[in-house]
Design a protein around this ligand. Structure first.
Ligand code: CTP
Length: 475
């Protein structure tokens, strides 16, 4: 691996020179080195560890760079950061850390490079490259991180119980790296996650969500969610998903395992979209199935109104995980709520049903179709083809109806003001009733989505409601 070339970048030369001026040793460490050796796309974050003061080194480096970029100092952590072009460089003094049982905040002492490597999460993240003149570019690898990179292994440098207990988020990071890099978690580290799983409770929800998002952003998130489930972490983080596990059988009737089905849907959707929130929608589309599951002799297994129940659960789940309760959450709710609508359509594609679908899904109708297509997980090739063909017809019908009727982002062809003017009305419920009548008539295809026809219908409905037009004449 020709990683030494990367160290020719002028930022490394400046850091090296500054460290020499100050008489301290320094190294590139962590994710940047890992990704460089893996020949993954180079990260724009560089971590530098100085055997001495990271803050002093950062200030010195800044002065040596064109335009002396601003140094942000985090005194409590003993770190400093500067941005050079589009690269963020973080400086830290080598340290020893020890943690108390109930806190994420370590007691920090200055230490050697080796102390600093010891406190890192995984052998593949503890690799360091020297920026010192005597051994510039040498790899310092006390835990055989390079060999773990080559073998595809996630393993803690120290006793995994210590590493995970020090910062329990690392349990999630192990799973996230395993998913991103397609690596295996070494047995002892895996078992330590199982043992320490309840320590995840001390981690803030925001940090947990960062890791979940990173898992969802991979091309095969099921790997991560299966590991979360196997280690027992999922139960703490997303119990709505573990509740979907299992197949029940009564009187010879079985339902599918909705947990594994969900993971297949997520993997499917990752092939067609990078939209993180649509991926979240795929992950949560069936969560309403656990609380609504029912068996009756007459109907077998049913999950009545699971889409509605599921969409309500989305709000609670986002709130619990301190995720944004904004339009992203509403989008996920909407996708979950509407997740069965196109399926109902597929058997009989009428114009009015398609118009209603477009009206309700609005600008998200394509995303909804993408979700429904990902939801096809049947292993029967004949059925698989049939369902996909049906959705293809629905998509064709959507574009046809859209072009003709302009239903998406529906704007009523007769406005509230026009109704008020016509009937000399102030704000009143009649206006809403007239608008609703016009909208329904358009969606049902009784009148075209045009002003003239809508105006006629407005007059007709006004008459029925006993309204008079503004020149005082009875209509
Ligand atoms: N690190 C750690 N324990 C953590 C977080 C980070 O030991 N809980 C160390 C690791 O050595 C890691 C480095 O700090 O490589 C930088 O962390 P971070 O920037 O969060 O992660 P990266 O490894 O750079 O990976 P990514 O950018 O994909 O998150």
């Amino acid at each position: 691996m020709n990683y030494k070339q990367a160290l020719n970048h002028d930022i490394f030369k400046s850091i090296s020179q500054s460290a020499q001026d100050l008489g301290v040793d320094c190294y590139v460490i962590g994710g940047f080195v890992r990704d460089l050796l893996l020949e993954r796309e180079n990260s724009k974050d560089i971590d530098i560890v100085a055997v001495g003061s990271g803050i002093e080194l950062a200030s010195h480096v800044s002065q040596s760079l064109p335009n002396s970029p601003k140094v942000q100092i985090f005194k409590t952590y003993g770190t400093a950061m500067l941005r050079y072009n589009d690269i963020d460089v973080e400086f830290v003094g080598a340290r020893k850390e020890s943690y108390t049982k109930d806190s994420r905040n370590p007691v920090v002492e200055t230490g050697t490079l080796e102390d600093d490597q010891n406190r890192r999460d995984f052998t593949i993240n503890a690799l360091a490259l020297s920026l010192n003149e005597v051994n510039y570019g040498d790899l310092i690898d006390p835990f055989n991180g390079l060999s773990d990179l080559e073998k595809g292994i996630i393993k803690t440098p120290l006793d995994p119980d210590i590493t995970f207990s020090d910062d329990p988020l690392r349990m999630l990071r192990a799973i996230r790296f395993a998913t991103q890099l397609n690596f295996k978690i070494e047995k002892a580290s895996f078992e330590a996650i199982e043992r320490n799983k309840d320590r995840i409770k001390i981690i803030t929800k925001e940090r947990i969500v960062v890791e979940l998002n990173k898992i969802l952003e991979t091309s095969k998130p099921s790997t991560g969610f299966k590991l979360l489930e196997k280690t027992g972490l999922l139960e703490y983080i997303l119990p709505e998903l573990t509740a979907l596990k299992g197949i029940e059988e009564i009187e010879g009737q079985r339902h599918k395992d909705n947990f594994y089905h969900t993971l297949e849907v997520v993997d499917n959707i990752c092939k067609t979209t990078d939209n993180l929130w649509l991926r979240w929608a795929a992950l949560l589309h069936d969560i309403g199935k656990a609380p609504t599951k029912k068996f009756t002799k007459k109907n077998g297994w049913t999950f009545h109104a699971h889409e509605f129940v599921g969409s309500k659960m989305v709000y609670k789940l986002f709130k619990r995980l301190k995720m944004p309760l904004n339009d992203k959450m509403k989008f996920v709710q909407k996708m979950v709520l509407m997740s069965s609508r196109p399926i109902a359509l597929a058997s009989e594609v009428t114009d009015s049903a398609v118009r209603r679908l477009i009206f309700d899904a609005g600008e998200h109708v394509e995303d909804l179709m993408t979700l429904c297509e990902a939801d096809i997980t049947t292993k029967n090739p004949k059925r698989f083809r049939k369902y996909h063909n049906n959705f293809k017809l629905v998509r064709e019908k959507i574009s046809e109806v859209e072009e003709r009727d302009r239903i998406r982002n529906f704007q009523p062809p007769v406005t509230g003001e026009e109704i008020m003017r016509t009937f000399n009305l102030g704000p009143s419920r009649e206006i809403g009733m007239i608008k609703e009548t016009i909208k329904e008539a358009i969606l049902d295809g009784k009148i075209p989505n045009e002003h003239e026809a809508a105006y006629e219908l407005m007059l007709e409905k006004g008459k029925k409601l006993g309204l008079t037009i503004s020149n005082e004449k009875e209509i």
